[in-house]
Design a binder for this molecule. Sequence first.
Ligand SMILES: [Zn+2]
Length: 85
Amino acid sequence: MSEKTTVRIETKLDRWRFTCPNGHRSWEPTNHHFWCSNCANAYGADGSFEQLRDQRDGRMYAREDVRLVSEHGPYDVDHDGGTGA
Ligand SMILES: [Zn+2]
């Protein structure tokens, strides 16, 4: 078991700390990556990205390196054993 960084996706504090690689806070988790509406609008790209940036120290976190928590509890539920397509 590797230690994961907890990101509370609905709190402003973590919203300000963790951004997309371009520094936006308008990201949302997807099944395997992340998605940023600002990137999608600004660059005409699809807005998906693979690593969150921690603004405190510039570290990058992949989807599997973070544990996303919403107000309802863990965002990721390990019911499929990680084999879901
Ligand atoms: Zn962005």
